[in-house]
Design a protein around this ligand. Structure first.
Ligand code: ADP
Ligand code: UDP
Length: 239
C-alpha cells in the first residue's frame, strides 16, 4: 500500500489517502506538542516508538473485544487504518485527578477518584479543547445519544483492560484520551493510544512516564516511552 495524498497534518501525525478509498496511512512523526499546540519540539525517535506502541495496544484491545481502526503496522512509523468519519470530540477517563481537572476544580493532585470519571471535550485547539457535556454534543449534532452511550461504555472497557495491563507491569494508568469515528456505520476506536495521550506513573515512585515529561520539561521523554514499552514486553524497532 502506498501513500497517495496527504489529507491531514495534525500536531503529531499525518494522514494519507491510499488507492483504497476506505483505508488511510497514518504516519507518526517526531513532532511533540502540548498546551493546544503552543509548545512544540521535535523529539528524535518519537514517531517510531509511538507507532509501534499504538499497534501493540490496539492489538491488545482488539483481542479483548474492542473494535478499532488499525489494520496493520506497515513499518516503524506508518500504520494502515480504516478511514473514519471522526467525531469532533475527545473522550477522557480519569482514575486519579491531575492536569486540567485540578486547575478546574482545585482538587489535590493525584487524588484517587471514587470511581473512574468520564469527560467529553470539544476537539478544537483554537478554543483550548473546552469541556462539554452530552447535551452540547447532541444539540450541536456532533454525535447522537446512542453513539455517545457506545463511546462511553467502550472508554470504560478500555480503562478496565489497560488499567490491569499497566498495573501488571508496575504502572498506574492515571488518565487518558480516546477518539472515535464511524466506518460503514460502525463506531471504531480511532487515532492512537500512546504515552502522548495518557498519563502513566510508576506505581512505587509515582514518577511520570508519559508526555508530562515533555509538558513539564522533566527530560528523558523518549527514553521514558521506551521504558514503558519495554516493561510491557514490546520490541520497538528504531532504524
Ligand atoms: P491533532 O489533530 O490533535 O493535531 P494528530 O497529529 O494526532 O492530532 O492528527 C491526527 C488526525 O487524524 C486527528 O485529527 C485525528 O482525529 C485524525 N484521525 C485519527 N484516526 C483517523 C482515522 N482512522 N480516519 C480519519 N481520521 C483520523
Ligand atoms: N489529552 C490528550 N489530548 C488533548 C487533551 C488531553 O491526549 O488534547 C490527554 C492527556 O494526555 C491526559 C488526559 O487526556 O492523559 C487528560 O488531559 P487533561 O484534561 O488533564 O489536560 P492537560 O492537563 O493535558 O491540559
Amino acid at each position: 500500500m502506498e501513500k497517495v495524498k496527504e489529507i491531514a497534518a495534525g500536531k503529531a501525525k499525518s494522514m494519507f489517502t491510499t488507492n483504497n478509498p476506505n483505508e488511510l496511512i497514518m504516519e507518526f512523526r517526531d513532532d511533540a506538542s502540548a498546551f493546544d499546540g503552543k509548545k512544540r519540539a521535535s523529539l528524535a525517535g518519537k514517531g517510531a516508538v509511538n507507532n509501534q506502541f499504538n499497534a501493540f495496544i490496539m492489538d491488545y484491545l482488539g483481542d479483548n473485544g474492542v473494535d478499532h481502526h488499525l489494520i496493520n503496522l506497515m513499518d516503524n512509523t506508518h500504520s494502515l487504518v480504516h478511514s473514519l468519519d471522526m467525531f469532533p470530540i475527545e473522550c477522557v477517563i480519569r482514575n486519579r485527578a491531575t492536569g486540567s481537572i485540578c486547575r478546574r476544580l482545585g482538587t489535590e493532585d493525584g487524588l484517587i477518584l471514587e470511581k473512574p470519571l468520564f469527560e467529553f471535550f470539544l476537539k478544537d485547539d483554537d478554543l483550548g479543547d473546552p469541556l462539554i457535556n452530552r447535551n452540547h454534543i447532541v444539540s450541536f449534532g456532533w454525535a447522537k445519544d446512542d453513539e455517545l452511550d457506545e463511546m462511553i461504555s467502550t472508554s470504560h472497557k478500555v480503562n478496565e483492560l489497560l488499567t490491569k495491563l499497566f498495573a501488571d507491569s508496575g504502572m498506574i494508568l492515571v488518565d487518558f484520551k480516546l477518539e472515535f469515528g464511524v466506518s460503514s456505520g460502525k463506531i471504531l476506536l480511532g487515532d492512537e493510544f500512546t504515552p502522548d495521550g495518557c498519563r502513566l506513573w510508576d506505581d512505587q515512585t509515582l514518577e511520570k512516564l508519559d508526555k508530562d515529561r515533555f509538558r513539564q520539561d522533566l527530560g528523558d521523554v523518549i527514553e521514558s516511552y521506551h521504558m514503558v514499552a519495554h516493561r510491557l514486553g514490546m520490541q520497538i524497532k528504531v532504524d
